[in-house]
Design a protein around this ligand. Structure first.
Ligand SMILES: [Zn+2]
Length: 555
């Protein structure tokens, strides 16, 4: 086997590893670089996308999946193996990401045109995202999949977000010797709500492991919940808002789950208004509610008892941009959960602009903030900060609850590695910034591991160990199945007739907007003309989405 590190090596974003094994060229993850590494997204991949035989996607987070549409755009057309829940989540996340890429390029070009600059192309479009989603081949946890005569793969539950997976790769040579490589993917914390604990792996010749919190210990869940309740009670009683920047997938659902439980225990103010202000987070919550097959026992019991764990009185979904804007004008104190989690884009920027300067409001971070992101700067006490081109004072209370993290901490990572009967020939640490990775390396070396910290672009050959890995489960498994192509979930008849009605309404509005444009467009002040053009583009996009839904249903 040969492994090349093309992302998340000495950093936490852009996860991407090229694995050459048994005559196959496979990619494990194809994530977006974020924060200070963002510029790397426009650099060449370091291989020809058309030469790949497949991709294995560990989970839907954009720092693991975000460059898949770019891969498609540059000629990749083979299967993407992933868990069914990840397929559903990644489908909505990649469409959202493509929309952001298109909108960013459009904004850039509006400015660029005035400044006489060359126009930029979006990194990828919604068409690229749609095309890549069609390549998904969902496989459940524990199912052995044979890729060719010598390579098999299997996914195991990583307990990080819905559908997240640890990847086991088995390569067997013609003498029957098997070498086993394990990618931990992102590992979750054990004993957390909703998801099961990360699966323990008992054997690995080589291990590629994340190290995000390799130098940290999280607060216990109980004190984290108590702190969450306290922050909300004190902020609301001051008349301020609690703004929670949260990853649309994972953190948002865990925060909702905790708020639901705290509300039931009477620990939150009565009639507390909680707004989920992110269309992506709303869609991801719907996907989470659907995939009950991956819930842990407690969450499954809640559902069984008739409770919807992601819903409670006072919870409001904010769908449209108008709903979102209205929140900033409201005097009523509330909790606003909004994306993106690291404050790099999205509606959360508006909420920060309207709340950071208010001493009665609180900004509550619940997830990892990578170097170079606005979230990290606010956490480190930067003031004032620039948001959407405006200087904003920082007077709000700034709080962080790393205990709600989707990532295992140092002790949990070490405990997970302890599931191996003996240390691998080589333990390779990725997905961690400098100190975190080095500290975890030190702790693992004390426990007898040979640890390696690859740098970006480094290649490593992983020779067969010369011993026969038992590969028991693999032999015992029934004949490996060929995964079915991915089918985008299609709404039922009721939803379709609603879509058709909505389509008619959107068309009417589009006609009105066009009419307004034709009669006054040229004479409108710049702001209003742009608003009109934007509205027309929004309407067209909504219409296109509904058209695709109806088309998919009639296939
Ligand atoms: Zn992740």
């Amino acid at each position: 086997m040969q492994l090349t590190f093309l992302g998340a090596s000495g950093m936490v974003t852009g996860a991407c590893y090229l694995l050459e094994a048994g005559g196959l060229r496979l990619l494990v993850d194809c994530g977006m670089f974020q924060g200070k590494e963002e510029g790397l997204n426009r650099k060449p991949f370091g291989f020809h996308p058309g030469s790949l035989d497949g991709v294995i996607l560990t989970h839907a987070h954009i720092d693991h999946s975000g460059r898949l549409p770019l891969l498609r755009k540059q000629g990749f057309s083979r299967p993407i193996y992933t868990h069914p829940a990840t397929a559903d989540l990644a489908a909505i996340m990649l469409m959202d990401s493509a929309h952001i890429q298109e909108a960013d390029a459009e904004r850039e070009n509006r400015k660029g045109r005035r400044a006489g600059r060359h126009l930029v192309e979006p990194l990828y479009t919604q068409n690229d995202a749609r095309a890549v989603v069609n390549l998904f081949r969902p496989i459940p946890y524990g199912q052995l999949v044979r890729l060719n005569d010598s390579v098999e793969i299997r996914l195991q539950d990583a307990g990080h977000i819905l559908g997240s997976a640890i990847v086991e790769v088995f390569e067997t040579d013609d003498k029957g010797r098997t070498v086993k490589l394990v990618f931990s993917g992102d590992l979750g914390q054990p004993h957390r709500p909703i998801l099961r604990d990360p699966a323990l792996i008992d054997e690995a010749d080589y291990l590629v492991m994340e190290s995000t919190y390799g130098n940290r210990e999280h607060e216990p869940l109980e004190s984290t919940r108590a702190a969450l309740a306290e922050v909300i009670r004190s902020t609301i009683s001051r008349g301020g808002n609690v703004v929670i920047p949260a990853f649309a997938v994972g953190r948002t659902q865990e925060v909702l789950y905790q708020l639901n439980a705290l509300a039931e225990e009477g620990q939150l103010p009565r009639r507390l208004k909680v707004v989920l202000d992110s269309p992506l987070a709303i869609a991801a919550t719907e996907v989470t509610a659907r995939h009950r097959e991956v819930y842990d026992e407690a969450a499954a019991n809640r559902v069984h008892d008739g409770d919807d764990p992601f819903s409670f009185p006072g919870l409001v979904m904010s769908h449209t941009a108008d709903d979102s804007r209205a929140l900033n004008e409201s005097k009523e104190p509330m909790v606003i959960i909004s994306a993106s989690g690291m404050c790099e884009a999205g509606r959360v920027l508006h909420h920060l602009k309207h709340n950071l300067w208010r001493p009665d409001s609180t900004i509550l971070f619940v997830g990892y903030q990578a170097e170079g992101t606005l979230g990290r700067r606010i956490l480190q006490g930067a003031a004032p900060v620039r948001i959407l081109g405006e200087e904003v004072a920082v007077r709000a209370r700034i709080e962080s609850l790393p205990g709600l993290s989707a990532h295992a901490d140092q002790a949990q990572l070490v405990a997970w590695v302890g599931g191996l009967k003996k240390p691998p020939l080589q333990t390779i640490l990725v997905h961690g910034e400098g100190d975190a990775r080095e500290e975890l390396a030190r702790v693992l070396m004390e426990r007898g591991h040979r640890v390696m910290l690859p740098v970006l672009g480094q290649s490593l050959s992983l020779p067969a160990s010369g011993r026969v890995v038992s590969h028991k489960a693999a032999k015992a498994a029934a004949a490996p199945v060929e995964p079915e192509p991915y089918r985008v979930a299609v709404p039922d008849g009721d939803a379709l007739s609603l879509s058709a009605k909505r389509m008619a309404a959107l068309l009417r509005e589009l006609k009105a907007v066009r009419k307004a444009w034709n009669s006054h467009g040229a004479h409108l002040p710049a702001g209003q003309a742009e608003e009109l053009a934007r509205r027309a583009a929004d309407l067209q996009r909504d219409l296109e989405e509904i058209r695709l839904l109806i088309e998919a249903a009639s296939d």
